[in-house]
Write a protein that binds this ligand. Sequence first.
Ligand SMILES: Nc1ncnc2c1ncn2[C@@H]1O[C@H](COP(=O)(O)OP(=O)(O)O)[C@@H](O)[C@H]1O
Ligand SMILES: [Mg+2]
Length: 405
Amino acid sequence: MINLKKFSFFSTLPTRELEKLTKQCRFQQYTSGTTIFVEKEEIKDLVFVVEGQLSVLKNYGGEKKTLFNLDPGDVYGEVEILNGTKALSTVIGYQEFQLMFIPKEIYLRLIGLYQGFAKESRDLYSRRASLLLEETENKGQPARVITFFNVKGGAGKSVISANVACMLSRFWKKRVVLMDLNLAFGDQAILLGLTCERNIHKLVSKKSLKLSNIEEQLTLHQPSGLKVLLPPPAPEMAETIRPELVERIIELLKPHYDFIIIDTHNQITDMELKILDLSNLIMLVMTMELTFIKNTKVLLDLFQRLRIPREKVKVILNRAFKSLGLEPAKVEKSLRYAISYFIPSEGDIVVPSVNKGTPFVLSKSSDGSGLLASLRQLCASIAGENTDNGTWSMFALFKEVFGLG
Ligand SMILES: Nc1ncnc2c1ncn2[C@@H]1O[C@H](COP(=O)(O)OP(=O)(O)O)[C@@H](O)[C@H]1O
Ligand SMILES: [Mg+2]
């Protein structure tokens, strides 16, 4: 019998309910290419993907566009069921796949009975409703460019940018490109378990660069759907990449993606100045060491002189709460800048994930951890779901969650 507990969608339900569910629900195996719902059809069940991959397509003026994909563990139908509407899209499987059909009444009963499950459904609904209910194609805003930066190594720029990019792509269903602009010593290929055949260096000699040239050099990170622009395969090639090329790449990608996430090298040259200028949001990553505090302060002063708007710069305190002797509140005071995000130090989760090349947000090892919760909060605010930037109250909340005095 299938073990539903291992899927996060069901993880808040008690075992007896899950056992009941496996008996009450219909399971069905399909061949590749089968259509499950057609737009405007009545929906009687919530569909849970047990195996395989499906695409959710919507018709805009006679043309079908893929809104997002469904992987094992994903569900479809909550927006229609909770909204009382007919199918808002057409769902087709592109591999052999297996589905579980949860009758509408049973789904609604579980929402009524279990708060955790209701929250899970509400979160899912709020992520997808606007996309599905939109009548006209949401061409949307151009991508927001988000850069993770500091001039000192070891802050966690690469680890955090990789995990944020994966999370936005996999769980928020955003179209994301991660650019590893640590051109000589980039870590993203290792962090994501990718090979460097496709990389930015292949764009250097292109006369008139087009979007299709860039797309050809993006490496797909299968587990998350994220696309990655990797650095040149050898460090000596780094200097062939000019800031103008990076600017052109960003310009061409912007209309076609929701987010461009940039990982940077620990320096400030023309390249980094160009990247900072092109960024909508600069995430200044630091840890609670005096050397980091000093460097971050110097950078914040420099940003001021460069007239980079304050609201464009957010400070992330990584590996928070395990360092000795310094308190976040004192760090804020000495920086004269609010810390917007706190990420706890959890080496037991981070180090194995780095060594395996599997971002921790995609791995079971981070389930229920403060680390995952902090990344979720960071992504939610990047994706525009929560507007809270109340740094002080957030710090109080974290103190409560992590039991810090
Ligand atoms: N929150 C964290 N908890 C534990 N270890 C971390 C955390 N963030 C980063 N690390 C460790 O710090 C190392 C350096 O992080 P990295 O992202 O490579 O820094 P940067 O890119 O800023 O130089 C990582 O390999 C990882 O082992
Ligand atoms: Mg790095």
